[in-house]
Design a binder for this molecule. Structure first.
Ligand code: PLP
Length: 389
């Protein structure tokens, strides 16, 4: 008999009763150190005081009114995102997939608005993950995601990640934009090669097409900058944000320059829930914490510490681990042994980490992880090594 929750997930047989900071308390009576953060979502751990108080206060005042009316909390959030990024304007949705959807529509509308409706194709990259809507799986074009869902959305051309020449060759008269994750998450923490994003910017400028960054996973402080592309000294025309934006409360954003959003006039796009007072208040409280002086530098230095400790672990356990990759607190351990085995044994020892493709284990601790918790995670991974090898 089918499970009452549609069986689209291969779930681990473990549930949690509550969380506190970097820890989750399981129904099995055990305490777990959470280095997965619900897949890069709970950036300030569980039950953070500031975020919890915001939810309680806003829920008691006003949750939802619809975008038929002005929403001051949404205006404030948009203004803060605009002040902190390349963007001039922001559309709010409820999930990463919706932010991608908005960006894809915006890119097509941009060229239509300029009188070039033939420009509708978007270049994407091998290994990309942009979500599970039809548009998103069409953009990602991964066999395991698209099988059985044809016909897909037409208009995506995929080239190898990091291959500038292939991008140049793929741009044609119908090309409208380039969509890329500055760091690919689901595919195993692949950082864009040095200079790659800058080359994409040059190609986009030369050919009059738009550059769209998917920062759903790598953005919102994860790498030690508010957005990962800031490391590369390059700006997009459009960007998707979600996951940590609400730190556990569902909200996403599609950020754009004024020029790129020229076609997105009243009536062209919408969302019933998107940007409601509750979601925006929570995201504002996330920004309070993230933009606090010194916070992002702390993320960077904790990331450096975790990385150094992992590098040592890899050297000392070359039969289990091959290498470390990533940036800030978005790190991947490429395994020699099956990653599933490493993850299962780590969980048994009280450490939660996340699977990725390419036999990688993702470490995505809360951004306010403490140094002692990094020590604790490394101690568990050492125990994992002695158990499996
Ligand atoms: C998670 C993710 C998405 C999809 O987000 P949902 O909220 O699951 O729709 C899109 N892009 C990237 C890079 C992601 O990591």
């Amino acid at each position: 008999m089918i499970s009452v929750s549609m069986p689209t997930y291969a779930r681990i047989d473990l549930a949690f009763e509550r969380g506190e900071g970097a820890y989750l308390y399981g129904e099995d009576g055990k305490k777990y150190l959470d280095f997965g953060s619900g897949i890069a979502v709970t950036a300030f751990g569980h039950a953070n005081d500031h975020i919890t108080e915001t939810i309680q206060k806003q829920a008691a005042a006003l949750c939802h009114v619809s975008n038929l009316y002005r929403i001051p909390e949404q205006e404030r959030l948009a203004e803060r995102l605009v002040l902190s990024t390349f963007a001039d304007t922001v559309f709010f949705g409820n999930s990463g997939g919706e932010a991608l959807e908005c960006g894809i529509k915006l890119i097509r509308k941009f060229h239509y608005h300029l009188g070039m409706p033939e420009r509708h194709r978007i270049i994407t990259f091998g290994g990309a993950f942009h979500g599970r809507t039809i548009a998103a799986i069409s953009a990602g074009n991964q066999a395991k995601h698209i099988e059985g869902f044809a016909p897909l959305l037409e208009g995506f051309d995929q080239v190898p990640f990091g291959d500038v020449d292939a991008v140049r060759a793929a741009v044609g008269p119908e090309t409208a934009g380039i969509l890329v994750e500055p760091i690919q998450g689901e595919t195993g923490i692949n950082v864009a090669p040095e200079g790659f994003l800058q080359s994409l910017r040059e190609i986009a400028d030369e050919r009059g097409i738009l550059l769209f960054f998917d920062e759903v996973q790598c953005g919102m402080g994860r790498t030690g900058r508010l957005f990962a592309h800031e490391w590369d000294d390059v700006i997009p025309d459009v960007m998707a944000s979600a996951k940590a934006l609400g730190a556990g409360f569902p909200i996403s954003a599609c950020l754009s320059t004024e020029r790129a959003a020229a076609g997105m006039i009243a009536g062209t796009h919408g969302s019933t829930f998107g940007g409601n007072p509750l979601a925006c208040s929570v995201a504002n409280s996330v920004l309070d914490l993230m933009l606090a002086p010194g916070f992002l530098q702390q993320v960077e230095s904790r990331g450096t510490l975790l990385r150094e400790r992992l590098e040592t672990l890899v050297v000392e356990n070359s039969a289990v681990f091959e290498s470390v990759r990533g940036r800030g607190l978005m790190l991947g351990l490429k395994c020699v042994l099956p990653n599933t085995e490493v993850i299962d044994v780590a969980r048994g020892e009280g450490l939660l980490v996340v699977i990725a493709a390419d036999n990688v284990v993702r470490l995505l601790p809360p951004l306010n992880v403490e140094e002692g918790q990094i020590d604790e995670a490394i101690a568990v991974l050492c125990r994992v090594c002695s158990q499996v090898s």
